[in-house]
Design a protein around this ligand. Structure first.
Ligand SMILES: Nc1ncnc2c1ncn2[C@@H]1O[C@H](COP(=O)(O)OP(=O)(O)OP(=O)(O)O)[C@@H](O)[C@H]1O
Length: 359
């Protein structure tokens, strides 16, 4: 139903509202047919960037290109960019069929073409048979699909989705995000998905731009971002990150990280180490030893177990280390085997799994 997929290029975009800088020198390259996410906390500017691509906001500097064409001179309705709003924005007094037809009528698509295109769009999102209902007679997930059908029916080159799953309950969200991914793959439609939910971005998107305070922090596949975060913000936003305070020590060519209170972790040679760097590791990246156990050649930090949560496949311990609390996951192997809260434990750190990151 879509045309040849087009790439999207964001070039040097700065956008302010009055004295508030909302986007700071944003540069992105979204590939044709890619499912791409803007991920970041509330207020980081991701919706503004989406609205800019759609033509509902204006930048002070920079430009947006779709398929190599500069969109700046074009109003929203001439952009070949379809946006699905968080609220769905369906007309309550119109049937599903009318809602989907509306955008085609507005674009003066010939009458004879509208009917078949509406039916095809409804079929595509699995709503054939429900065309005569009104939005109030549909579930949240079905309403979302109407909003999608309405956008897809106009055959945009780029599909923009603003937190499309946020109005759905948790169970439906998981089902609909899978459907969304399948639909996007079937259409090969370049799609940009705005979300503050890392799990959502990880499960549906090919690549993610992590944003904070109007700036892109890092772009990569979900696994790249998780395994090789560029800084502490990205590490903490994708997955659980333990950040341990301490200082970087240099002894000739060798560098080490000294955790507040004592233990030194040698750092690989040649690693670029900035002064304010912190040690980061994931809950599953360390081994938990009972106090007094033999650590082998690993570095050990001791701490007090402050809490314990059973997660099914693993047990998550909260452990107080150098004044900070770190989370450690130990595999659950069956039975009532766990360490007592209030007791001491030792974290065995493998220096190849820990990372040194800057703010
Ligand atoms: N029209 C506007 N006038 C003034 N400030 C605005 C306007 N629109 C957005 N902002 C501000 O710009 C910043 C970014 O807003 P934006 O909606 O893009 O963030 P977001 O990352 O999408 O957040 P959320 O997840 O909460 O929607 C916020 O500080 C917001 O208050």
């Amino acid at each position: 139903m879509a045309r040849e997929p087009a790439g999207v290029r964001v070039e040097g975009v700065d956008l302010s509202y009055g004295a508030t800088r909302v986007l700071r020198d944003v540069n992105l390259e979204i590939r044709p047919g890619e499912f791409f996410a803007f991920l970041g906390p509330s207020g980081c500017g991701k919706t503004t960037l989406l609205r800019l691509i759609a033509g509902f906001a204006t930048a002070q500097r920079g430009r947006i290109l779709v398929g190599g064409q500069d969109l700046s001179p074009l109003p929203p309705w001439k952009r070949d960019v379809g946006m699905v709003f968080q609220s769905y924005a369906l007309w309550p007094h119109m049937t599903v069929r009318k809602n989907v037809a509306f955008g085609l009528e507005e674009r003066r698509v010939p009458r004879a073409e509208i009917g078949p295109r509406v039916e095809a769009a409804l079929r595509l999102v699995g709503l054939d048979g429900l065309g005569d209902r009104r939005p109030s007679q549909l579930s949240g997930g079905q309403q979302q699909r109407v909003a999608l059908a309405r956008t897809v029916a106009v055959r945009p080159k780029v599909l923009l989705l603003d937190e499309p799953l946020s109005n759905l309950d948790a169970r439906l969200r998981v089902q609909v995000r899978r459907e969304l991914r399948d639909l996007q793959q079937g259409l090969r439609l370049t799609t940009i998905f705005v979300t503050h939910d890392q799990e959502e971005a990880n499960t549906v998107c090919d690549r993610i731009a992590v944003m904070s305070e109007g700036a892109v922090q890092q772009v990569g596949t979900p696994m790249e971002l998780y395994d090789h975060p560029a800084n502490l913000f990205v590490a903490g936003f994708l997955g659980t990150a333990n950040i341990v305070p301490g200082i970087v020590l240099r002894d000739g060519g060798a560098a080490a990280f000294e955790i507040t209170g004592g233990t030194r972790i040698p750092l690989p040679a040649g690693l670029e180490v900035s002064e304010g760097a912190r040690l980061m590791f994931r809950p599953q990246d360390v081994t938990l030893l009972p106090a007094g156990a033999e650590p082998g050649n690993r570095r050990v930090i001791a701490g007090e177990i402050t809490h314990r949560e059973f997660l099914g496949a693993s047990i998550r311990y909260g452990i107080r280390v150098a004044g900070a609390e770190v989370l450690v996951d130990a595999p659950h192997t069956g039975g009532e085997h766990h360490l007592p809260v209030g007791g001491l434990a030792a974290l065995a750190l493998d220096s190849s799994r820990v990372k040194l990151l800057s703010a």
